[in-house]
Ligand binder design. Structure first.
Ligand code: DOR
Ligand code: ZN
Length: 356
């Protein structure tokens, strides 16, 4: 197959930040995806419906700016779907308001797990009332699935989270709908694939392009490579293969979420570099490369365009996008406000391109 046409896809896990960087990063995503679920880990975090709706308006304004600047065409018609940042104090009333105002989901960041998670949840049992409300009204909980105690090896934090937090949580809230975000291990893949959903609530997982493409060696090839550093961290090859197997399978429980996470170049290439891989500029091409590597390109449309929408019970998109086997070089950097943004694969040649 040298060409593939997909129904317009959605990115169900995206970081776009705020302020003057918005037009640039949004123009990348809006050129590839019809919708994206925007993560709420701003500083300060998006903990209220009012702040989520205000953020959505800023995103709309930034899309207009990107269109005026010629980075987007008016026909792109991109829609930002919003999420709320769960804290120890999130009241049930905010969940009800979120449901009423069309906020799509609520995100659990265990405190200390990742970028801007310091206001996150210190003990998930403190959220039991809100979680009950979420289960009742069908508001999905998105989980950053890593335990945070430093005694646990960083490569084991996701697997540990399943037994210590996720499974007990689903037992306590049997109707709760859960998305296990950016899974990185065979353990998480098998938990989601095999989860019992007649007694417990529905569960699905997003998978990033970088976790389908790379294992942990990428962090250390010829030296330390900060642009491959993300959380949860890249794992062993056996885990990558398990994720690729799941993403390209017929299971409806795995769908696309890039976790594209822009950070300024200086803060990535730093003595204590930030976690996050920027893939929004070429995400679909990376997914196509990964699916193609196992001869499963035909499965890409279900993964990228159908299963996420079906899980969230929102309509599938109309319109199409075509990818072809044609080389392109990833730029060394993009503008990012007054800084630079280095994409994953900077300077490398990819074998797939979007037909514009
Ligand atoms: O690598 C990551 N970057 N993982 C996350 O969970 C957060 C994200 C970010 O916001 O930078
Ligand atoms: Zn994320």
């Amino acid at each position: 197959m040298n060409q593939i046409t997909l129904t317009l896809p959605d990115d169900f896990h995206l970081h776009v930040r705020d302020g003057d960087v918005l037009p640039q990063v949004l123009s990348h995503t809006a050129s590839q995806f019809r919708r994206a679920l925007i993560m709420p880990n701003l500083r300060p975090p998006v903990t209220t419906v009012a702040s989520a709706l205000a953020y959505q308006e800023r995103i709309k304004d930034a899309l207009k700016v990107a269109t005026q600047q010629g980075a987007l065409t008016a026909t792109n018609n991109f829609q930002a779907l919003m999420s709320l940042y769960l804290t120890d104090q999130t009241p049930s009333s905010e969940i009800l308001l979120a449901k009423d105002k069309g906020v799509l989901a609520v995100k659990l960041y265990p405190a200390g797990a990742t970028t801007n998670s310091d206001s996150g949840v210190t003990d998930i049992r403190l959220c039991d009332d809100s979680l009950d409300t979420m289960a009742q009204v069908g508001m999905p909980l998105l989980v950053h699935g890593e335990v945070t105690h430093s005694a646990i090896d960083i490569f084991d934090r996701e697997a540990k989270f399943i037994e210590e937090v996720l499974h007990p949580l689903r037992l306590r809230h049997p109707k709760l709908k859960v998305v296990f975000e950016h899974i990185t291990t065979k353990d998480a893949m098998e938990y989601v694939r095999d989860a019992e959903v007649s007694e417990l609530g529905p569960i699905a997982a997003t998978i990033t392009a970088h976790h389908l493409m790379y294992n942990r060696n990428a962090l250390f090839t010829g030296g330390i490579r900060p642009h491959y550093y993300c959380l949860p961290i890249l794992k062993r090859e056996a885990h990558r293969l398990a994720l690729l197997d799941a993403a390209t399978s017929d299971s409806s429980r795995f769908f696309l979420g890039t976790d594209s996470a822009p950070h300024a170049k200086d803060l990535k290439e730093h003595t204590c570099g930030c976690a996050g891989c920027y893939t929004a500029s070429h995400a679909l091409e990376l997914y196509a490369t990964a699916f193609d590597s196992v001869g499963k390109l035909r499965q890409l449309e279900a993964f990228a365009s159908f299963r996420g929408a079906d899980f969230y019970q929102i309509p599938r998109n109309h319109g199409q996008i075509t990818l072809q086997r044609q080389q392109q070089q990833v730029p060394n950097h993009y503008a990012f406000g007054n800084d630079l943004l280095v994409p994953l694969n900077a300077g490398e040649v990819l074998n797939w391109s979007i037909v514009r």
